[in-house]
Design a protein around this ligand. Structure first.
Ligand code: AMP
Length: 224
């Protein structure tokens, strides 16, 4: 199974990718997570990317394309992947098409999760990440608890620097101007499946599974 999860910041790509990754036993490749880890580890990439992430800008296409090429070399990606956060520009989409062609991969499913912009701004300002395991929670779920429900780390919740309202609005603008055209590119190839991201996490997962079943015709192996 090879999936690209596409959609505006905050629409739930990361949450759904983690669920699907566990379900299908395929790696979740989040370019945002890779970059944040590099910043945390202060690698040369992290040092270069830090300010860009904090401002809600995009890291350069060349850097991101090389990063994805390297990731695809990894044996873990051989039997499938869920790509979350890439491609984010037309140049990245063209590069990805070329990489997939070279690897003779032609069964990618592109799922676009959609939701109302104001709802997303509210969601993002209300979300907290766990510094230890990277899972994301709604502030209301964890406000009375200082322990991460997933990894049990204590006092590990934080608001991502790029989840302040000003930066969120900028990330939305970057999505509309630079990332949205990627969708038109894949629309032309008839590859896009739309998923309504406004309902509960469980409902969105169900709809994704149904959409995958409808596209692949394989029902029994992937029931929820
Ligand atoms: P995300 O966690 O996917 O929202 O990504 C967080 C930040 O990482 C973005 O706002 C960008 O600064 C950077 N980033 C992640 N993926 C890409 C990409 N494909 N191209 C450029 N920048 C990216």
């Amino acid at each position: 199974m090879r999936i690209i999860l596409f959609g505006s910041p905050g629409v739930g790509k990361g949450t759904q990718a983690k669920i699907l990754s566990a379900k299908f036993n395929i790696p979740h490749i989040s370019t945002g997570d890779i970059l944040r880890q590099s910043v945390k580890d202060q690698t040369p990439l992290g040092i270069q990317a830090q300010n860009i992430l904090n401002k809600g800008e995009l890291v350069s296409d060349n850097i991101m394309i090389e990063l994805i090429k390297d990731t695809f070399q990894n044996a873990k990606c051989k039997n499938g992947f869920i790509l979350d956060g890439f491609p984010r520009s037309l140049a990245q989409a063209f590069a990805l098409d070329k990489i997939l062609l070279e690897l003779n991969i032609n069964d990618v499913i592109l799922l676009t999760i959609t939701a109302d912009e104001e709802e997303l701004v509210k969601r993002l300002t209300n979300r907290r990440a766990c510094r230890n395991c990277g899972n994301i929670f709604n502030y209301n779920e964890i406000k009375d608890n200082n322990e991460c429900p997933v990894c049990k780390a204590k006092n590990s919740f934080y608001l991502r620097d790029d989840d302040s309202e000003k930066v969120i609005r900028h990330r939305m603008d970057v999505f509309k101007t630079t990332t949205r055209p990627v969708l038109d590119h894949y629309e032309e190839k008839n590859m896009v499946i739309y998923i309504n991201g406004s309902s509960s996490v469980e409902e969105v997962t169900k709809n994704i599974i149904s959409a995958i079943e409808a596209r692949t015709g394989k029902k029994d192996s992937i029931s929820v």
